[in-house]
Structures are given as structure tokens and as C-alpha cells.
Write a protein that binds this ligand. Structure first.
Ligand code: SPV
Ligand code: MN
Length: 617
């Protein structure tokens, strides 16, 4: 049986409250295309959201766990991460977005995906949901329509995003909204997408519409997360603001300093935003706008879709606490045993059997390829509303004007080149030598060789939807047009000595954050070096003692903040080589790199290859 909206007078009534012909046309077209058995329109009411939670359990896409509010969802064994190969940005014939962006010709791709989606919701219920990106009724607000036949996806959206039905009603025909159309396709007996070889994620920038089919993993399906991110990067570049893969947090009390931070995955973004001394506004995506000459930021989201591997009581006490509270949480792709979730690196014993993303699981179980299956997938996640975190900066999250950004932080995984923290010489110097030069070493968590540096400017490479040159040009211009651009900092939590031992401990980042905040407030001096301003030993020593009760010796400082000229020059060469091969890169980029090379060579003549920071004092 198939339904049209006319079979659902109650749902049609809810839709009719929104006076937007484009919306009505799109919804009718989508319902027609997907042929669901039932249609549900979700308003902002608690009753409607509760209905979706209930449906997630009834449909079997989620199962209840022992703790009230907790559920588990499994994605298919081969559907555990963002599928870069089958994700494409749709372009007009002959349009070229450069080597980092997978594209497909629009007309052909839309035809293909529409065919894959035809009748894909047969026998299922289709959820029509309204959200906003950013806080409602603000200059940041972007309305977004999510249509999905997965109750798990709709449920996740309601945890992660602000409700937007009333905003659609309010904006009526003026709403310039983004559209996300998803079908998990045919499901198997475990309620996971069966035809993942026919998985497709197509992103149409022109129509601001994303199609996703035959997949369930959140990064491929939760429209407002990384699918919308491609669209908002494009909008931001067109309109002169920034849509970034950045956490947003406050260092210090209410009068503290807000920082945004971009880190490639596994480089400490969440543990920075969630560190026990500071307050979190967002952990993944920020919008940043020029408001009367000041950079102001909001969290695009209101929840966390966080990696659970390695979350333990000692290192992440705040997350640990929330994961054990009886609040609404979806665990995905963890091990379930006796109704409780378990994951690798949780610091407690993991049972020898249970259920995980491979089905029934026992220790030693191997997959078809003969690879041993770990208890939880390394990309297993938890989905939870930020409201449950003790360290939430609620005012910052709810602020419609956004919070004033004091500094941007860029951090990669780097064993031997960057010092633990430094401040750029200028906006341009920071954008180019820190953001646009970001690299990260591969870890054991990804396939392939460990320790290989991967270029990942602004930690955004996977999501880029405009040519890199255009993206950087917008970035450079954004800061120039501000009365006082945010300071730019680079951090490196992963420096090692020649024997491969870490030079810093996990919580040292708290000290670097406090130093950055002090710089923003102009409370401390710094030493000027060829690669930027470094902290003075005496200031770090004080902060180490105050926050961590640790003595910070001159020797430690000297080793960690040594200017490593050969490695720094090699890095400049690598980055220059990459950008030289790309079209339309702003001239400032090459100029900044060249100037930094000049400063490093000059310093080397005077002091040699490895220069103690005390030389510059
Ligand atoms: C990331 O990989 O950066 C994430 C998770 O935040 S995903 O939604 O898959 O992008
Ligand atoms: Mn992310």
C-alpha cells in the first residue's frame, strides 16, 4: 500500500500551517517518489518528538537498554563511516572544483539517485521534520527540512538540532531552507540497510538539496550534520562569513575568552572542548559572522555525536558522567551485554560476548575477510543533547547574537615540527601557516601506514564544497574586514622526543588554553620568533602550578619550545608543493610561506638548526 499526503488529513493540516509553496511542492514530490505506507509530520511539540522516539523502538532501528533513556542502534557491518567514494557534489557540465572534491554532473546524478530512491520507503513510515541550524530568530539561523524513512535518523536529528517547525511557520514564503532527503532503503532482518553497494550521497549546491540512500550511518544520513555542512560552506563563501569544522568553548568564568578550534579527527578536538576546567558551547560545527566588525560565533548544533572509543572515567570525566546518567542517549555500534553498552578503551572489563555491529559477538570472532572483530567499532558513537553536560555554557549556546570569538585554534597530530602552542604574527600569517598548513599524522585507528602526514587545511578537506583557493580567499577577507580579528593560535598535543616518548601529558592542553586566553586579554607578554609568538617560561610555570599543581622546568620548556628549523622548512616545502599544484590560490599564501622561510633561514645562520626559545627573549 502507498500513501499520499491526502490520506493523512492530520499531517496535511500541520504542513498547511507553513505558507511556503516551495516546501509543499518538494514534500509532495518526495512522498510521491518514496511511496511510504504512512507519513508523519513532526512539529516542535513534545508529543510529536515522543512519537518519533517510540517509533525508533517499535521499528527495531533502536533497542532499549537497561538504563532509562538509553537505546542502541546498529549500522550495517560495512556501513560504519562516512562513505567518501560514494559521496559527490553535483556540478554543471564543465564545472571544476579542484582535486579535493569529488563531483558528478548534476542531471545525470539526480536521475541516478531518483531512480534509486523510487519506491524506497515502501512499507515504511516517512518522517517530515523541521529544524534550524544555529539558534532560532537570529542572523545565523538557517531553516532545514529533513525527510527520512529512518526513525533512528529522525530521532538523532531531534537530539542534535534545534526544532524549527515554528520558525518555518514564522518565515513562511521567505524561508530560504535547505532540504535533506534520506531513505535507508530496503532493510535486512537486523534493520540495517541491505543494499549498501547502492549507497549514494549526492549534494546539490544549487538547489541546496542533499539526497542520501541505502545507508544509515549518521555521517551519511543525519542531514543537518555533515551533509548540511557542504551546503553551508558554499553559502558562507558566497556571503562572506565562515562555516567551520570547529568546536566552540569558553576558557575561564563568565568573563572568559571564547575560542573556536579546528582539529582533524583524533587530534583532541572533543577533549579540548570538553576539558574539565572550561565550558563547552559546541564540539563540532560553528558559524562565525562579522557582526558590527566583531567576529561572533554560534554552535550550529545543540547535541553531540561523539566518538565513544577511549572515553574513560579518568580522561573524560564529564562525558563519562553523562554516559552513565539516565538521560536520552543513542549508543551506536558499541557492544551490548546484559543491556549495558561497552566500548574499547573504556577502562573497565569488557564481557566476552554480546551483540555488536556484526550481530551476535564473541571474543575472537572473525569477519568474512578473516579479520578479528573488536567488541565495539572504532567509530562507535554516542548521541546526546548538550543540555546534560555539567560544563555546558548554556548562555553561550542559546545566545542569538553569538559569542565574541577571541581566538581561533588549529591543531594537528605532529611528532616533531610544531611547538605545543604559539600565536600567529598576524591574521594572514595564522590563516596561512597554521590553518591552511594543517597536517595530521595517520594513527593506528585508520587503515594504512602510521605516522604519515596528511594535508587537511582547517580540518575541512573531507567537507570542502568550493575550490580551496576560493575558500581561503574568503577566510583571509573575513579577518581583514573585522575591527580586531581574533588572534590565531596553533597547538600540537603530540610532540615526541627522539625516543618516541610524549613530551606532554594529556591535561597540559589546559595550560595552553589558559595562555591563549591570557594573550587575548593582553595579560601576558610573549617572545617573537620566526614562526610566531611563543609563551614565556615564567607565565607557563605559573599556569602549570595553578591548574595542574605541577612544576614546569626550564628544561621541559626549552625542549618543547625549541624552534626545529629543518622540520619547519620541510613542512613549508610540502605545503608549498601542494598549493603550487592548485589553481587560483591567493598570492598571500605563497608570500607568507616565503617570508616564514626567510625568517627561519636567517635564524638558522645565527643559532643553528635547533634554536632554544631563550635565544629570542
Ligand atoms: C567527523 O568525522 O568529523 C564527525 C563525525 O564529526 S561524522 O558525522 O561522521 O562526520
Ligand atoms: Mn566532525
Amino acid at each position: 500500500m502507498r500513501a499520499t499526503l491526502r490520506d493523512h488529513p492530520g499531517e496535511l493540516e500541520k504542513l498547511r500551517r507553513i505558507d511556503n509553496p516551495d516546501l509543499h511542492r518538494f514534500v509532495s514530490w518526495a512522498v510521491d517518489l518514496l511511496s511510504p505506507e504512512r507519513v508523519f509530520v513532526a512539529t516542535d511539540s513534545e508529543e510529536d518528538v515522543e512519537y518519533i522516539r517510540k517509533r525508533a523502538l517499535e521499528s527495531g532501528e533502536e533497542k532499549p537498554l537497561a538504563t532509562p533513556g538509553h537505546t542502541v542502534h546498529f549500522d550495517g557491518y560495512y556501513d560504519q563511516a562516512r562513505d567518501k567514494e560514494r559521496t559527490a557534489i553535483l556540478v554543471d557540465e564543465g564545472e571544476d572544483l579542484g582535486p579535493y572534491i569529488r563531483t558528478k554532473e548534476r542531471r545525470e546524478a539526480v536521475e541516478e539517485i531518483v531512480e534509486l530512491m523510487r519506491g524506497a520507503s515502501r512499507g515504511k513510515e516517512l518522517y517530515i521534520c523541521f529544524f534550524v541550524l544555529g539558534p532560532p530568530r537570529s542572523v545565523f539561523t538557517i531553516p532545514a527540512l529533513q525527510i527520512t524513512d529512518s526513525s533512528y535518523v529522525a530521532h538523532s536529528d531531534f537530539i542534535l538540532y534545534r526544532r524549527g517547525y515554528e520558525e518555518f511557520v514564522r518565515q513562511g514564503p521567505r524561508a530560504r531552507f535547505m532540504k535533506f532527503l534520506h531513505s535507508a532503503g530496503e532493510l535486512d532482518e537486523r534493520k540495517t540497510s541491505r543494499n549498501i553497494d547502492k549507497r549514494r550521497i549526492y549534494i546539490d549546491l544549487k538547489e541546496e538539496c542533499v539526497y542520501s540512500v541505502n545507508t544509515q550511518y549518521g555521517g551519511n544520513t543525519i542531514g543537518l550534520k555533515k551533509l548540511a555542512f557542504r551546503l553551508t560552506i558554499k553559502r558562507a563563501v558566497d556571503e562572506g562569513w565562515l562555516s567551520e569544522h570547529m568546536a566552540l568553548f569558553r576558557v575561564g568564568k563568565m568573563d572568559g575568552v571564547y575560542l573556536t578550534g579546528a582539529y582533524p579527527s583524533m587530534c583532541g578536538k572533543t577533549s579540548t572542548a570538553m576539558n574539565p576546567f572550561e565550558s563547552v558551547v559546541g564540539d563540532d560545527l560553528s558559524f562565525i559572522r562579522n557582526v558590527d566588525g566583531v567576529a561572533r560565533a554560534v554552535n550550529v548544533e545543540k547535541g553531540v555525536f561523539g566518538i565513544i572509543q577511549g572515553v574513560n572515567q579518568d580522561d573524560d570525566p564529564l562525558i563519562w558522567e553523562v554516559l552513565h546518567d539516565p538521560v536520552e542517549i543513542i549508543f551506536s555500534n558499541v557492544l551490548i551485554s546484559g543491556g549495558r553498552p561497552y566500548w574499547s578503551g573504556m577502562g573497565t572489563e569488557i564481557p566476552d560476548e554480546g551483540e555488536n555491529h556484526s550481530g551476535k559477538w564473541w571474543r575472537g570472532k572473525k569477519d568474512e575477510a578473516g579479520v578479528e572483530i573488536p567488541p565495539s567499532h572504532k567509530n562507535a558513537r554516542f548521541t546526546v543533547d548538550l543540555i546534560h553536560f555539567r560544563n555546558l555554557d548554556r548562555q553561550g549556546l542559546e545566545s542569538r547574537e553569538g559569542v565574541e570569538v577571541g581566538g581561533f585554534v588549529f591543531g594537528g597530530r605532529d611528532k616533531d615540527t610544531w611547538p605545543p602552542v604559539r600565536e600567529s604574527l598576524s591574521w594572514e600569517h595564522g590563516v596561512i601557516t597554521m590553518g591552511a598548513s594543517l597536517e595530521s599524522e595517520t594513527t593506528a585507528a585508520t587503515l594504512g601506514k602510521e605516522g604519515v602526514r596528511q594535508f587537511n587545511p582547517m580540518a575541512i578537506l573531507d567537507f570542502l564544497s568550493v575550490p580551496l583557493g576560493e575558500y581561503l580567499r574568503n577566510y583571509l577577507r573575513f579577518g581583514r574586514e573585522l575591527k580586531r580579528p581574533p588572534k590565531i593560535f596553533a597547538v600540537n598535543y603530540f610532540l615526541k622526543d627522539s625516543e618516541g616518548r610524549w613530551l606532554n601529558q594529556k591535561l597540559d592542553k589546559v595550560v595552553w588554553l589558559r595562555w591563549m586566553a591570557a594573550r587575548v586579554k593582553d595579560l601576558v607578554d610573549a617572545v617573537k620568533t620566526p614562526i610566531g609568538y611563543l609563551p614565556l617560561h615564567k607565565d607557563l610555570r605559573e599556569i602549570f602550578m595553578e591548574f595542574l599543581g605541577k612544576k614546569y622546568s626550564r628544561e621541559d620548556y626549552c625542549v618543547q619550545f625549541t624552534i626545529r628549523v629543518p622540520e619547519l622548512l620541510q613542512k613549508i616545502e610540502r605545503i608549498e608543493r601542494i598549493y603550487s599544484s592548485l589553481p587560483n590560490i591567493p598570492g598571500e599564501l605563497f608570500r607568507e610561506l616565503e617570508e616564514e622561510r626567510g625568517r627561519l633561514e636567517e635564524a638558522r645562520e645565527r643559532w643553528g638548526d635547533y634554536i632554544s626559545p631563550f635565544n629570542f627573549c
